[in-house]
Unconditional design. Structure first.
Length: 85
C-alpha cells in the first residue's frame, strides 16, 4: 500500500521579497524553501562553529530573521514561516 503524500505540505507558497533574495523566486513548497535556505547557510559558512544549532545572519538573512544577528535553527523555521503565504 503506497503512502499518501501530504499535498498541503507540498503546496507552493508565495514568498516575500526578503526571502526570495536568499532562496530565489517563488512560489515554492515549504520543504524546498528550507532546503535552499540550508544550502545558502552552508555555502556562506553562517553556522556557528562552536554551536552548530546557531545561524549567524548576513545582510540578506537579517530581514528574514526579523533583524536578529543570531538565531537557533528551531527559531529559524518560525521566523521563515512569517515570509510564506
Amino acid at each position: 500500500m503506497a503512502r499518501k503524500v501530504n499535498s498541503a505540505f507540498m503546496k507552493p507558497l508565495k514568498l516575500t521579497a526578503d526571502l526570495e533574495a536568499v532562496v530565489g523566486k517563488g512560489p515554492l513548497p515549504r520543504s524546498e524553501v528550507v532546503k535552499k535556505l540550508w544550502m545558502y547557510i552552508k555555502k556562506n559558512n553562517l553556522q556557528d562553529p562552536q554551536n552548530k544549532r546557531n545561524i549567524k545572519a548576513d545582510d540578506k538573512l537579517k530581514p528574514v530573521f526579523g533583524g536578529k544577528a543570531v538565531v537557533n535553527m528551531f527559531e529559524m523555521t518560525k521566523l521563515v514561516s512569517k515570509h510564506l503565504s
